[in-house]
Ligand binder design. Structure first.
Ligand code: XMP
Ligand code: MG
Length: 175
């Protein structure tokens, strides 16, 4: 039984449009550079897959897995890398691809960690931004949508590992 009520916040056609615009911007900004896109697993895998197919410049991809959020909707605060990238990024132009920035803790942590590897440049692209929830100052260079402080699922984002498969982004209410 599905006891979670959910309503569409951002539809798949709206996401598609925005992803294409972000990809156009990225293609312009990284023309002639050595672009490596780093996807944060698991939540960003759908966004990453769509984003790279809208680019018109060459790029390499890699994946990092972080443990931070636990289960449910409340952040645990502590972050660790459970699967590191395998691509040497020294001297490359790295773009981190993430589903959502909330408190900012995860991305600040990862940006610091990846900087230690000496990329020529390091920027962040997020699909969703809950700006009012920041606990540390953090700004992504590329933002798909600013959203209110509500828990969202779909398009890769989960609630207890469910709903990642949904094509749209939904707001959920736990009963
Ligand atoms: P921080 O707080 O470190 O969090 O910026 C980023 C991570 O928190 C998860 N997150 C969510 N996941 N729906 C989700 O499915 C949400 O509304 C949500 N808000 C934060 C997400 O894993 C992200 O990587
Ligand atoms: Mg995530």
């Amino acid at each position: 039984m599905d006891k979670v009520k959910k309503e569409i916040l951002i539809s798949k056609p709206e996401i598609d449009d925005r992803v294409q615009s972000l990809a156009d911007e990225i293609s312009r900004d990284y023309e002639g550079k050595d672009l490596v896109l780093i996807c944060i697993l698991k939540g960003a895998f759908v966004f990453m897959a769509d984003l790279i197919r809208c680019l018109c410049i060459p790029c390499r991809v890699d994946f990092v897995r972080l443990a931070s959020y636990g289960t449910g909707t409340v952040s645990s605060g502590s972050i660790m890398i459970t699967k590191d990238i395998e691509t040497p990024i020294y001297g490359t132009d790295v773009l981190i691809v993430e589903d959502i920035v909330d408190t900012g803790l995860t991305l600040s942590f990862l940006v610091d960690k990846l900087k230690e590897k000496g990329p020529r440049s390091l920027k962040v692209c997020v699909l969703l931004d809950k700006k009012e929830r920041r606990q540390v100052p953090f700004n992504a260079e590329y933002v798909g949508f600013d959203i209110p402080d509500r828990f969202v699922v779909g398009y890769g984002l989960d609630f207890n590992e469910m709903y990642r498969f949904l094509p749209d982004v939904y707001v959920i209410q736990e009963d």
